[in-house]
Design a protein around this ligand. Structure first.
Ligand code: AMP
Length: 282
């Protein structure tokens, strides 16, 4: 596996792959890999000849007071894990490489990026779209794999890619969970023992909502009341949002439909965790 740190080298490598007739799959990440990341890498490997994983903690997608400075990092371990997952290139640009000058340009996906995480983290998706757009230009991938755990990010990137004719196929990967249902996340490493126990409330709330929906409960307000009941019993958990939206438009719904998605963002202590699931998926 090659480690590439400059945009020029990355660009040249991608051109050499195109010249050799090879397809390139990109997996954008912020590092501190877990089994979810590795599964995205393997999926990219099944769908393309060469896999590039980018590892960049993107400052412009963090708001003031968020965890940019303390975001977990372990490059040596990440390197070993990526290598074992069949990755061809780990692209690790520094912040000055990605932003040699303070960037003035942003990509905004206006409507899809406005609610849910976009509401609680103003400017977050502009930062995500801008860096993903830069990575698409630097790596020129044929496809890019994103996790459904960040389902709004996936929706926003799909729309950006279509709107701007990027010609990159966007592939969605299912959520990878711990054995007790907690969605894997680099941020889970922040949780204390008691917080880790409480954090399962996200998945427990999802399971309950899906059971009720499968049994015929169609009233969104009643489902959300059940979800809130499960989460708010924990003193160390605070709901940032709990919404049921249509999975493509992300518009809030009053009644459950075939594409209803339960989307959750909570604070467990100071750690922000998100999760989501289709309510009626078999
Ligand atoms: P991150 O490093 O957290 O920015 O995540 C990089 C990519 O991995 C994103 O596309 C995430 O949606 C995806 N991802 C992170 N955690 C999971 C998970 N538990 N299951 C599936 N995909 C994930």
């Amino acid at each position: 596996m090659e480690i590439i740190t400059t945009t020029k080298q990355m660009h040249d490598w991608s051109r050499s792959q195109v010249a050799a007739g090879k397809t390139v799959g990109l997996v954008p990440t912020m590092g501190y890999f877990h089994a979810g990341h590795l599964s995205l890498m393997r999926m990219a490997g099944e769908l393309s000849d060469r896999v590039v994983v980018s590892l960049f903690v993107n400052p412009i997608q963090f708001g003031p007071g968020e965890d940019l400075a303390c975001y977990p990092r372990n490059l040596e371990r990440d390197q070993e894990m990526a290598e074992r997952s069949g990755v061809a290139v780990l692209f690790v640009p520094s912040t000055p490489v990605m932003y040699p000058e303070p960037p003035e340009t942003r990509i905004t996906v206006a409507r899809l990026g406005a609610g849910l995480c976009g509401g609680s983290r103003p400017g977050h998706f502009d930062g995500v779209c801008t860096v993903v757009g830069k990575l698409f230009n630097i790596v020129s991938p044929d496809l890019a794999v994103f996790g459904r755990k960040d389902f709004q990010q996936l929706a926003v990137i799909r729309k950006m890619t279509a709107d701007l004719n990027w010609g990159v196929e966007i592939v969605a990967h299912p959520i990878i969970r711990e054995s007790d249902g907690l969605a894997m996340s680099s941020r889970n490493s922040y949780l204390s023992g008691p917080e880790r126990s409480s954090a399962t409330c996200l998945y427990r709330a999802i399971v309950k909502a899906r059971e009720l929906a499968a049994a015929g409960e169609g009233e969104v307000a009643r489902l959300l009341a059940e979800v809130e009941k499960i989460i708010t019993v924990h003193d160390n958990v605070r709901i940032e949002y709990a919404e049921i939206v249509e999975a493509t438009s992300l518009e809030p719904q009053l009644r459950v439909g075939p594409d209803s998605l339960l989307a959750l963002a909570v604070r467990v202590g100071v750690t922000r965790l998100i999760d989501n699931a289709l309510l009626l998926e078999s």
